[in-house]
Design a protein. Structure first.
Length: 332
């Protein structure tokens, strides 16, 4: 890896204890020991992406999920390697029967058999195993936050520029708001507040229905999850036509490969029966899949809120009557 201080390549044996053997400075993340394979330079690159060349601010959760996007995966189980083991046994048996004298001729057949048996076994067991596996972020958020807020400032002379601590409740309560932003995800609200979006658009932020002032248009922002879908359904039922769901929908989350898709415990399809979902969205949620709203980068999140406000403006009555909004660049 490259030392974030002296910019020289350092081998594994030259950096024990996260200390560069060439300049002597200690860094925060080492890809060989970090569950997300992080190193300080990679963190800085993701910070640049989140800031989007505009000096945008972002939360701890947004940085964590941005770094985890390519690292989320399924925990290893013995079944995962059963096909490989059985393929090896079949290949070895073919070589043993053929005899070592015919090794040159038997080896290609043995290797092909190993590959074939491996694929067949893993394909046969995959549907049942996939339903049981969870897809999570290898490094918990609290462990990442501890490194980001506790260790990084000490080793780099200060916190990462632009980062916002979303462990503290965030909100904006103007005296005479024009609209309400109803969002139960504090990381998203903290990002918007840190970038001055509710202040600029005169939005009253709320986490629950009990915090929504009467009579104002309401924009509902939420995760693409079973809980998020229920939250949106409850808000629309309680608030009526003045509420519009502008959140991250399952339809959007399923097709956007830039978002990290996580998987929790599957739910019975009948649990989702009362929600207005397409067959594909219901099946996806029933398997346990979900995408957190905090995985949306600040630039896209801000653009989505700006677009929602513009389309729910009284001068855009026809657009507001549609009943749903699309995210920037998303298929309609």
């Amino acid at each position: 890896m490259t030392c974030p201080f002296c910019q020289r390549d350092i081998r594994r044996r030259e950096r024990s204890g996260n200390k560069c053997g060439k300049c002597g400075k200690v860094y925060v993340f080492d890809p060989k020991t970090n569950p997300l394979r992080l190193h300080d330079l990679r963190v800085r690159r993701h910070v640049d992406k989140l800031r989007a060349g505009r000096g945008l601010r972002f939360t701890t959760s947004q940085l964590w999920l941005s770094l985890a996007r390519k690292q989320v995966g399924e925990p290893r189980t013995p079944l995962r390697f059963f096909g490989c083991f059985l393929g090896f046994v079949v290949g070895a048996a073919i070589i043993g029967v053929s005899g070592w004298a015919a090794f040159v001729y038997a080896a290609p057949v043995a290797i092909a058999s190993m590959v074939l048996v491996t694929l067949i076994v893993r394909w046969f067991f995959r549907p049942r195993a996939a339903r049981r596996r969870l897809v999570t972020v290898a490094m918990p958020l609290d462990a990442f936050a501890k490194q980001l807020w506790g260790v990084w400032p000490r080793l780099h002379g200060g916190p990462i520029e632009g980062v916002v601590d979303d462990s503290r409740p965030a909100g904006h309560r103007p005296a005479r708001p024009e609209r309400v932003l109803l969002c139960p995800v504090n990381a998203a609200t903290a990002c918007l507040v840190a970038n001055g979006v509710p202040q600029r658009l005169n939005l009253h932020t709320a986490r629950g229905l009990d915090q929504v002032p009467p009579g104002l248009p309401v924009l509902v922002l939420r995760d693409a999850s079973v809980a998020g879908q229920r939250f949106a359904a409850q808000a629309l039922a309680a608030l009526g036509p003045r509420a519009v769901d502008v959140g991250l929908t399952p339809a959007r989350a399923r097709v956007d490969r830039h978002l990290p898709r996580l998987k929790g415990t599957p739910v019975a399809p009948e649990v989702l029966g009362h929600l207005r979902l397409s067959e594909a969205d219901a099946a996806w949620l029933a398997e346990g899949w979900w995408v957190p709203l905090a995985s949306v980068r600040p630039a896209k999140l801000i653009a989505a809120v700006d677009k929602a406000v513009a389309r729910t403006d009284p001068d855009h009555g026809a657009a507001a009557a549609v009943g749903f909004l699309t995210w920037p660049g998303s298929p309609r």
